[in-house]
Write a new protein. Sequence first.
Lengths: 236, 370
Amino acid sequence: MSALVIDNLHVVFGAFRALDALSLAVDSGEVRAVIGPNGAGKTTLLDAITGITRPRSGRILLGDTYDLTACSEAEIARAGVRRKFQKPSVFPALTVRENLAIGCGPECPARTRPARLASTLSETGLEARADTLAGALAHGEKQWLEIGMVLASEPRLILLDEPVAGLSDAETASTADLIGALRRPDRAILVIEHDMAFVEAVADRVTVLHEGRTLFEGSMTGARADARVIEVFLGR
Amino acid sequence: MSGALDRPHRAPLRRIGPTLGRDPLLTGLIALIAATALGLLALQPAPYLINMVGQLAAFAILAVSLDLVWGYLGILSLGHGLFFAIGGYVCAMHLLAHGYALTGVAPDLMQFMGWKSLPAYWTGLTSAPYALALALALAAGVAFLFGLASFRSRVNGVYFSIISQALVYVAMLLMFRNDTGLGGNNGMTGFALLFGWPMGAPGVVTGLAVTTLGVLAGVLVGARALVASPVGRRMLACRDDEARLRTLGYGTTRLKLGIWCLSAMIAALAGVLYVPQVGIINPRILSPDLSIEIAVWVAIGGMGRLGGAVIGAVAVNALKFWLSAAMPEAWPFILSGLVLVVVLGLPNGLLDLAALRWTPTWLRRGGPLA
């Protein structure tokens, strides 16, 4: 079963085709990495899935049937899609706990919220910082808090936009472990990342984008061996 | 002003958050408001002084209404005078209709307009509860339409501020027209009675001032309950990163629209309380200068703390009452000077002084533009 289906998607900015007839299917339980050179359309893809950018044509389906294409950002999020942004996007004037409470989403029942907050705090290792203002956290802690905000709603589809950008090697390794721990049969994870070692560690399959189209889809080993991928992206 | 415009995103950190639940500044202010009300009742100072306290309290309510949307939601309205004026005009209509009904003396407005009786849209305005309800409903209605159009099409930041300013200006031009039927550029004055009592009687003056202080305290308590609630945390989240809040599943349009309408109603309430105390209303209440000044009060006092808005409104207007009598020509320069000092040196307004944390920004960060 597919968790996410992108069908013949076109996103156009003026004369620039950011996504050009892109099709993509991510299975439930899968961790998929999307890689590609700058300007390939990786972030635009996430913008289109989350409703921030409207596609000119094509469809985006969640779980084979639920059509996200015309939904608002909030509706898409309530359908079970969460995104971690490239730049840590936490609410600086709220405490870690308050950030996570908002992350639970508007539809989380008040009864289950305390338990979810407690488990998210322990998963992200932020228990000791629960009452700290998010704006006062270190960069790495903000990344973790944002991942926690994404997890708190128990999403079906998680989109991670460069989750290890700016992290130390140790933090990158622990983020890879965390993504491994996030795998569930009913959840798909889509990761955009430049760090190839990290991609190799976390992804089941990779999709290589180039100029808004799919250049390659398959294993990371396959991508490394593919002549076109080497040509445009990995370098000789 | 441009520095003040940018301020919602500048270092709001230490001000909000843990202090939301227990805010000693606000508690102290409410105690001070109660003490002032008791003092007015017990000591019976000169009526002009009581009246001034009442007007200051009305301005403070107006400032709190702006702080709710600006300090907590990041929406800078430069047109809040519109809602203040809606309250003021409806109150003035009530006072004229009420006085006419009891004394039978036709208000100047009727003679001026050549009316034999008050037109149909004045029907019911002899009733104070109806007038109050109408003022609040009109303010909420206008705010709803303007807010819906703006927030749905995601008009934000300075664009919203400029449009709100244009709106209050358009309203001023409209009210300057005599055929609007609300007094044109003369406005409405000569209010004779309030609830059947003569307007200038000491009891009425004191009653108005004490009521206004009471409403101010009530608005502060209610506003604090709001900003300390989960809705208040969503407001701060929306202020700091609206797009992020939407991608977490929250429809921000409804949140903004609700708080915006609430703020408009509080501003209208301030107008209702202000007009009987100042004794006149005319279109100059809708001048863009006044609406900008409201933002200046909040910026000077310290935005996003409720108490700051009260301190700013009272400090600036008390200074204005005194100086516009002592040296009126200096007032614009003093106000501009205050704004410059606050923008450059006190990013959280006068509250920075109160907390004795004052280090000028150019010392802290190597330059005001850093």
